[in-house]
Design a protein around this ligand. Sequence first.
Ligand code: ATP
Length: 234
Amino acid sequence: MLEIRGLNAWYGASHVLHGVSLSVAEGEIVALVGRNGAGKTTTIRSVMGLMPKAAGEVRFAGTDLMALPAHARFRLGLAYVPEERRIVPGLTVAENLRLGLVASPGRSGERAAIDRIAATFPRLAERLGQQGSTLSGGEQQMLAIARAMMAEPAMILLDEPSEGIMPVLVEEMGVLFRRLRDEGVTLLLVEQNVEWALRLADRAVIIDQGEVVHESSAAALLADQAIQERYCAV
Ligand code: ATP
């Protein structure tokens, strides 16, 4: 579903991705892990068209993304949940959810989309009229994920969704991601919580200093403490 070949990316003169290649098959969860500063966020931002300079081949469902501006990439059925969540202060939970339909209108209409999200996230359903910025950190993360799901994307790229969230909600999130995968949604999950991510994922990719250094099943990496310590230790 997503094919990245020879991706390079720069922040100004700083060359941070050096020929990253990885692929994510339809209906698969892939965990993208590695140390701080390894290039995980930059990889996702490059896919979404949010880097000032990137080069290489990125195809989504056969379409060449590099030729398209960011807004057109969202319309192809790609969604992105950034690390900083970006819940809009001053807007209610329902209004924040509706923003998920701005970049891509979805298939079922706004009312049906909100009903579907409310059934999946009862905690948000009880708070549709509450200001988004007054939610707890975990609830805000759920809102950011729910907003990304509004347009029923075929693939969601998530940047450290478990960060700063209490363990019970992290486990709930894991159940949600598995359910999405079982419904056919493809997920690329950047995570520092390596063990959790590997328990969830089908495959794992490690990136280090802007290069892919390991690719295997998630189970194989979970069992390989030596590689985890070499490339993922914080
Ligand atoms: P983290 O888990 O810390 O977010 P990461 O693997 O996602 O790490 P990136 O954020 O992709 O890493 O960063 C890759 C490299 O690019 C790092 O060396 C980082 O310092 C650099 N970098 C990131 N953002 C910028 C920026 N806005 N300007 C300049 N350099 C940046």
